[in-house]
Structure formats: structure tokens, C-alpha cells
Design a protein around this ligand. Structure first.
Ligand code: HEM
Length: 224
């Protein structure tokens, strides 16, 4: 019995390890692809614009994925995914940082005046900038030490990630010229995630799921 439970524990640990490896590979893939396309001259004529797009997209995908972890646990009880939230969020920040850096350095040639004009006069840039700005303190305080130091305030601060994601998606929608399917899919997902955060909805779903699992266990026992 003891050996079985150790085996079970080990297999959970291994599962998590595998999920972490997949997360790191998956999250780094767009960056590797970008480097590869750059060195093989496959970024097209508008290289800088291609690089901006190739970093903005993974930023929003990873941000939304990091926000999917808690709802997936609520809906399916996949608590094993919990430890993936932080790396996903940090990778999202890494891509957002690259996205903005490429924009400022390569697109605007470090012309801060023009950059400030852009992020204060054009809606897509205003919301993109605020989305990025919100991410900065979240990334800085993502350590265990900050979590301990900030106590309850840490949770409150880290809830702003939803605002960052909403603004990121609005920024995406404002960029989309004719294909709105993906940005609106992200918007719908975020709306679902937010609804699932409401305590009374969350507790009802969890209770229903536990009830079903119990009924299944009892039925299996009765069969045996
Ligand atoms: C100062 C902040 C930002 C600026 C100036 C900025 C600028 C841009 C620009 C110029 C584009 C390309 C537009 C085009 O040629 O079609 C773009 C696209 C995009 N940006 Fe940003 N961005 C900012 C922040 C962000 C942040 C924080 C995120 C994510 C959370 C983000 C996600 C995206 C996405 C998803 C796209 C569209 C990618 C695609 O169509 O595949 N951006 N952004």
C-alpha cells in the first residue's frame, strides 16, 4: 500500500515535470522560430513589423493561458496545472517586453518623443502600453520573497493581471484588420475565466464536480 502511494506520488511528480518541460519548450518555441526566421531571412520585407507581431501574439496567448489555470482547476479539478501559472505569466511578460523593445528600438529607433506621442494619442498603443505597464510590477513581485513580504496585498496586486489581459486583448482587437476571430475568441475566454472567479459560481461548480465524483466512486464500488 505504502509502495503504491509512493508510486502514485512519484507519477504525479513526473507528470508535473513533463508538463513543465512541455510548457518551457512550448513557450520558447516562438522565440526560437523568430531567431530562425531572422537568420534565414524569412521574416519578409517588413522584418521589424514581423518581429513585433511574432512577439505580441505569444505574449497574449501565454497571458491568457496563465489565466486559464485556475478555471481549469475549478471546472475539471486539474490542480496539477497550478505550478505552471507562474512560468506562463513570466513568459508572457518576456514576450511583451521583447514586443515593446522591438517597437521602441527597431521601429522607432529610440525616438522617445515619437514613442510618447504614439502611446498617448493612438488607442491601440495607449491600451497596449497600459497592459504592459501593469505587467511590470507583477513580474517584479512574482518571487516567493515578494509574496511573503506583501502578504494579502500580493493577491490584490496580482489580480490586476486580468486588467492587463483585457487591455492586451483590446489592443489585439484594435490591431486586427479583418480577421477578428482570434482576438474575439481570447475576449470570450477571458470573459468565461472572469465569470468562473465569482465565489458563488466557483463553489457551486466545485461542489457539483465533487458530488459527481462521489457518485461515480459509489457506483464503481457497487459494481465491484
Ligand atoms: C507600449 C506597448 C505596446 C505597443 C506600442 C505595441 C505595438 C504593437 C504594434 C505596432 C503591433 C503591430 C501592428 C500591425 O502591424 O499589425 C502590435 C501587435 C500586437 N500586440 Fe502590441 N504593443 C504594445 C503592447 C502589447 C502588449 C502588452 C501585448 C500583450 C499583452 C501586446 C499584444 C499584441 C498582439 C497580440 C498583437 C497582434 C499580433 C498578431 O496580429 O499576430 N502588445 N502591437
Amino acid at each position: 500500500m505504502a509502495a503504491l502511494s509512493i508510486n502514485n506520488k512519484l507519477s504525479k511528480k513526473q507528470q508535473l515535470q513533463a508538463l513543465k518541460v512541455i510548457t518551457h519548450i512550448g513557450a520558447l518555441y516562438p522565440l526560437i522560430k523568430l531567431y530562425y526566421n531572422y537568420y534565414t531571412y524569412n521574416l519578409g520585407v517588413e522584418e521589424v513589423n514581423a518581429a513585433i507581431l511574432a512577439t505580441g501574439y505569444p505574449a497574449i496567448v501565454l497571458l491568457v493561458l496563465s489565466l486559464a489555470i485556475t478555471p481549469l482547476n475549478t471546472l475539471f479539478g486539474w490542480s496539477i496545472l497550478g505550478p505552471l501559472r507562474k512560468p506562463l505569466g513570466l513568459y508572457a511578460f518576456m514576450y511583451a517586453m521583447l514586443h515593446v523593445t522591438i517597437f521602441v528600438v527597431l521601429d522607432y529607433g529610440l525616438d522617445w518623443g515619437a514613442f510618447i506621442t504614439e502611446i498617448t494619442t493612438r488607442w491601440y498603443a495607449i491600451v497596449g502600453f497600459i497592459s504592459w505597464l501593469i505587467m511590470v510590477p507583477l513580474a517584479i513581485t512574482s518571487t516567493k520573497w515578494s509574496q511573503r513580504k506583501l502578504g494579502k496585498r500580493w493577491k490584490t496586486l496580482h489580480r490586476t493581471v486580468y486588467l492587463s489581459a483585457i487591455l492586451g486583448v483590446v489592443h489585439y482587437i484594435l490591431q486586427a484588420r479583418n480577421d477578428y476571430n482570434l482576438p474575439f475568441t481570447f475576449a470570450a475566454l477571458l470573459a468565461i475565466f472572469l465569470v468562473l472567479r465569482f465565489d458563488w459560481i466557483k463553489s457551486r461548480i466545485v461542489a457539483y464536480r465533487k458530488e459527481r465524483a462521489k457518485a461515480k466512486r459509489l457506483a464503481a464500488k457497487a459494481k465491484a
